[in-house]
Every structure is written in structure tokens, then in C-alpha cells.
Design a protein around this ligand. Structure first.
Ligand SMILES: NC(=O)c1ccc[n+]([C@@H]2O[C@H](COP(=O)([O-])OP(=O)(O)OC[C@H]3O[C@@H](n4cnc5c(N)ncnc54)[C@H](OP(=O)(O)O)[C@@H]3O)[C@@H](O)[C@H]2O)c1
Length: 334
């Protein structure tokens, strides 16, 4: 007989409490996942400190990987036992059942995809929130409005370019891969020690964001191609000291930003905040994620750092995530 356990947050800044819980009922379009791995993102400790929590006690967590335990009445895409990665929706619903940090969380079937059998749960779990945050900025109308990725699209086939600022972040690595898989060229910034990671993701040109010539270098790399927009995976106000001159040098344009944008920007630079929980990206999950993983067009990058096993390790994972995390995803095996 299966039984659930969850990492409850009872109130602002309280330690996680691991306790027995009921296995959630799936709604018609949900799946219940027997969880094997979760990733910890910056948002998780932030929510544990009260950010966007509708009600305590609650269960946090977005990224998960596991086996389908039960499917809702309208779900045809999955069956019990399927290996999946997916994105849990407690950030939006506020329901503890929808937090990833349980042994049996509930997630929308449309925000999940089959994980090929040769990819470990602890490896596949690096992707879901990163895909959704990247895809929301790249493909949504009113954002960059790019074409969706397609398994048959040739990289760099459009003569159009996306610049990714912060290519070694989880979101940035996904943005590079998703832009390239949709036929765009990706010109990327990161620290020199992460150039190889960004190259593996498919970047055509990679520059150190600390270089004094970065705006000119990126403009030269864009060349005659059309600039479609800049994805700012770093997002913080300080990053605009570099991002703004790049976009101005390219004649102005759109910036998709992972944080609320600063106010004092030139008129030629249009910035919009991307929320990484978004139904708009469901077609990416339906049509691309599994095929991308099978073909190698989508890789599980940056690689995970597994900080422990069991829900009990989440508290330590929060501490690790609040420290200096570079070019990796903080993961707990369950
Ligand atoms: N809006 C949303 O829904 C959403 C969703 C997910 C994440 N986010 C936000 O997106 C950002 C990225 O998160 P993540 O988890 O993908 O990545 P991450 O793990 O926080 O990225 C770490 C990397 O960021 C780079 N970095 C750190 N500080 C920097 C700075 N001041 N300037 C330039 N680069 C810097 C470093 O790259 P190098 O080592 O190459 O220098 C480092 O390796 C975070 O701010 C996060 O809160 C937002």
C-alpha cells in the first residue's frame, strides 16, 4: 500500500517539517507522480520565507521527476508506470497537494513529458521550471513571439538571432537550447569557465559578460542576421548595466526578463517579466520535450549537483541553493 509524505512549511522562515500526508486525488487533467527526484530553485527558499504563499501550512517545490502513479479521468497521454518529468503548480494554485516536495505530488498532465529510459530521474529533473521560464519569454506573443521548437527544424536556419544573457544559468541553458531548436541562432554571455556548457547547449558565439567590449562584440556576431530579442536570465537591475548597451548597440529591442524589470531604461529597450508557470508553454511539453530528449536536441543542462537523499535533505538543499550556485542545479533524490 502506497503512503505519502510531504515537506510542510508551517509558517514564514520555519524549518521544513517532514510528515505523513494523504495521496492527493487527481483532477480530470492531472497526474499523481511517485516522486524520485526534485530540484530546488531560488523560488523555493524565497517561498519558505513567505513570498507568494497563499496559506500555511503548505508544500513547496516545482521541479520533479518520477513515475506516474495515477492519471485523472481525462488524461490520455500517460499511464501508470510511465517515467516523467514535470512542473508542479503550487505557486499558482496555493494547494499543498500541488507542491513537488512530496513523495506523491499532483501536477497538470499538460506540464509533464515522458523521460526516456536512459536518462536518470536526478538528471531529467533539472529541466521543467527552466523550460517553462525560457519558453514563456521566447515564444509567447507579446514577448519575443518566436516560432515553437520543432524536432525537424534545422539550427540557425532562420537568419535570425536571440541573445541570451546568463547562458550558464538553468533558465539560460534552456533558452539557448529552445531558441536553437526553433531554428534561431543563439549568441550568449557567461563566465569563461562556462563557455563549454553554453557551446554544448548550441550557442554559436559566447562572450564573457565582464568584457568591456561586449556590446561591440555581440553586434559583430549578430552581423547581417535579424535581432529578435535578448533573454536576460539573470534579470537583476545590475545586469542592465551590460544588457542595455547591448540592446542599444543592436538598434533597440525586446528583453524577456526573469525578474521584475527596472524602471529607468531608455525608450528603445522594452523589458517584460516572464513568469515560469504558464499554460502557453504546454505545446512545448506535448510536441517537443520527449522528442528533444530522445534526439539529443534537448539536453539536461546544467548538470545536477545531488545534495542528499530523502525529503529530510531538502532543508540542506535550501541552504545550498541560497549560497553561491554556479552552472548547476541543486537536486535531491527521493
Ligand atoms: N521568473 C521566473 O518564473 C523564474 C523562474 C526561474 C528562475 N528565475 C530567476 O532566474 C534567475 C536564474 O535562475 P537559475 O536558477 O536559472 O540560475 P542560477 O543557478 O541562479 O544561475 C547561476 C549563474 O548565474 C550567473 N550569475 C550570477 N550572478 C550574476 C551576475 N551578477 N551577473 C551575471 N551572471 C551572474 C553565474 O554565471 P557564470 O558562472 O557563468 O558567471 C552563475 O553560474 C534567478 O534570478 C532566478 O530567481 C525566475
Amino acid at each position: 500500500m502506497s503512503s505519502n509524505q510531504s515537506a510542510f512549511v508551517d509558517g514564514k522562515d520555519l524549518p521544513l517539517r517532514i510528515a505523513a500526508s494523504s495521496i492527493p486525488e487527481p483532477g480530470p487533467n492531472d497526474i499523481i507522480v511517485k516522486n524520485h527526484a526534485v530540484a530546488v530553485n531560488t523560488i523555493d527558499p524565497a517561498q519558505a520565507s513567505g513570498f507568494n504563499v497563499k496559506k500555511f501550512p503548505t508544500v513547496l517545490g516545482m521541479d520533479l521527476a518520477g513515475e506516474v502513479h495515477e492519471v485523472g479521468s481525462s488524461v490520455t497521454k500517460f499511464k501508470k508506470g510511465d517515467r516523467v518529468i514535470g512542473h508542479a503548480w503550487q505557486f499558482t494554485t496555493g494547494a499543498w497537494e500541488d507542491g513537488a516536495f512530496s513523495l506523491y505530488p499532483r501536477i497538470p498532465a499538460a506540464n509533464a513529458a515522458i523521460l526516456p529510459s536512459d536518462i536518470a530521474f536526478t538528471v531529467g529533473v533539472v529541466l521543467p521550471l527552466a523550460i517553462d521560464t525560457a519558453a514563456g519569454g521566447l515564444y509567447q506573443p507579446g514577448y519575443m513571439g518566436l516560432d515553437f521548437p520543432n524536432i525537424d527544424t534545422q539550427p540557425n536556419s532562420k537568419g535570425e538571432v536571440v541573445v541570451v544573457y546568463g547562458g550558464s544559468t538553468s533558465v539560460g541553458a534552456a533558452a539557448i537550447q529552445l531558441a536553437v531548436a526553433a531554428g534561431y541562432r543563439a549568441i550568449v554571455t557567461c563566465s569563461p569557465e562556462n563557455f563549454d556548457l553554453c557551446r554544448e547547449c548550441g550557442a554559436s558565439d559566447i562572450f564573457d559578460y565582464k568584457s568591456p567590449t561586449i556590446a561591440n562584440d555581440i553586434a559583430a556576431a549578430v552581423g547581417a542576421d535579424k535581432f529578435k530579442g535578448l533573454y536576460n536570465a539573470i534579470g537583476i537591475p545590475e545586469s542592465f548595466k551590460v544588457v542595455t548597451p547591448i540592446v542599444e548597440k543592436l538598434g533597440g529591442g525586446f528583453v524577456a526578463n526573469t525578474k521584475p524589470p527596472p524602471q529607468d531604461l531608455p525608450a528603445s529597450v522594452t523589458v517584460k517579466f516572464v513568469l515560469g508557470v504558464n499554460e502557453f508553454v504546454f505545446p512545448v511539453w506535448k510536441d517537443f520535450v520527449t522528442k528533444g530528449l530522445q534526439s539529443g536536441k534537448l539536453q539536461c543542462l546544467p548538470k545536477p549537483t545531488i545534495v542528499g537523499k530523502g525529503l529530510e535533505s531538502l532543508q540542506k538543499a535550501f541552504e545550498v541553493r541560497n549560497g553561491d550556485v554556479r552552472a548547476t542545479k541543486v537536486v535531491v533524490e527521493l
